[in-house]
Design a protein around this ligand. Structure first.
Ligand code: ADP
Length: 360
């Protein structure tokens, strides 16, 4: 009988690479005939097929809709973040460049003794730039970026998480070099035996660890980045696989100033004096990067609100008539936007960092 590939072309029988049962032709993926696939799924599978029109081994036996979901929703074709967009975090940037970016750019040099770890943990308070770092790594290393929130595996993909994880690592292996960013990784690799921990979530965790072992042998150009604001919940197995653990702290005063300036300058709204900026930095001790962004957003509404209060009709308002954003706008924004991280939480991060963090 003739075999048809996803492109509808004739596909020669697959060369046997050991005769395992997994050696199926792509026309039988997931046991479904390709006639039942819609065009977008076919296109997606086409892109993953090798020159010989075969689906790579790792993707066979997986349901096409999972592969499609990974390709369209989890894979980010244009992460669009550069190092220069990230304020502060000099230490983290330096570590990451050496540990991750150089090895992805020059795998030939980073072999043997120099072979890099395949797992990186970014931990610290929410909204401090962990996701930005992940995207920037992919951008700088010209790698494909995959983003998944671990909690979606357990909530949205109930019972299917395991299969989705296989699809994720499978597609990543076709798209090397690749960076897989797993947000809230604690919810996947937590040491807590949640009450009545389901068989399915244990299997999910096991599958995930197996996939990680799979590319840890150095032959694959895949980096796994886990991000968490609850590092203390990770168990020993998770820590062992995430060999480098970087603390991503709250932004310093200089970094906060940089965020304010950068956001306002983008819109041509930056007119603050040095003194005003200094005051803003003093008053925002404890704000995260994303708190700062929300603060700037709120403050930049100040001039507009004032003009409208004075009776200007918004449809007639001229942009050039609006006054610049000033310190007062920031002070009233601070009433609305409060720091989202508490002092006691910071203590926990520092402790964990001392015990398990990569301090160098
Ligand atoms: P996390 O992953 O640590 O929770 P994100 O990287 O998603 O935080 O940051 C959320 C938003 O906050 C970013 O899109 C950015 O606007 C802002 N932000 C956070 N940290 C920084 C930083 N260091 N430099 C510039 N912007 C930042």
């Amino acid at each position: 009988s003739s075999r048809r590939g996803v492109r509808g072309n004739f596909v020669p029988p697959v060369r046997s690479t050991g005769g395992t049962a997994g050696n199926m032709v792509n026309s039988r993926i997931g046991g479904k005939g390709e006639d039942t696939l819609d065009d977008s799924t076919k296109r997606c599978l086409d892109m993953l097929c090798g020159p010989d029109d075969e689906l790579p081994e790792k993707l066979r036996n997986l349901e096409p809709r999972l592969i499609e979901h990974v390709s369209n929703e989890i894979m980010d074709r244009d992460p669009n973040v550069r190092w220069d967009d990230i304020a502060g975090l000099e230490h983290a940037k330096k570590c990451v460049t050496e540990m991750v970016i150089w090895p992805l750019l020059r795998p030939d040099i980073f072999k043997g003794c120099r072979s890099p770890g395949r797992g990186l943990l970014l931990f610290g308070p929410p909204g401090t730039g962990k996701t930005m770092i992940g995207k920037a790594i992919a951008g700088e290393a010209k790698a494909t970026f995959f983003y998944i929130s671990a909690s979606s595996l357990t909530s949205k993909w109930i019972g299917e998480g395991e299969k989705l994880v296989r699809a994720l690592f499978g597609v990543a292996s076709c798209r090397q070099p690749a960076v897989i960013f797993v947000d809230e990784i604690d919810s996947l690799l937590s040491q807590r035996k949640s009450e009545g921990e389901h068989e399915s979530s244990r299997r999910l965790k096991t599958q995930f660890l197996i996939e990680m072992e799979g590319f840890d042998n150095g032959s694959e150009q895949i980096l796994l980045i886990g991000a968490t604001n609850r590092p203390q919940e990770l168990d020993e197995a998770a820590r062992r696989r995430l060999t480098k653990r970087l603390y991503i702290p709250l932004p310093s005063s200089e970094a906060r100033a940089w965020i304010v300036r950068n956001l306002l300058e983008k819109d041509g709204l930056f007119k603050l004096s040095k003194d005003e900026i200094d005051t803003i930095c003093t008053l925002t001790e404890g704000y995260s990067g994303s708190d700062m962004k929300n603060l700037v957003k709120d403050a930049s509404m100040g001039p507009l609100r004032e003009a409208l209060q004075q009776g200007t009709d918004i449809t007639l308002l001229k942009k050039e008539d609006m006054r610049p954003v000033n310190l007062k706008d920031f002070e009233s924004a601070m009433q609305e936007v409060r720091p989202s991280v508490s002092l006691s939480e910071l203590g926990t991060y520092n402790e964990w960092n001392k015990q398990f963090g990569s301090l160098s």
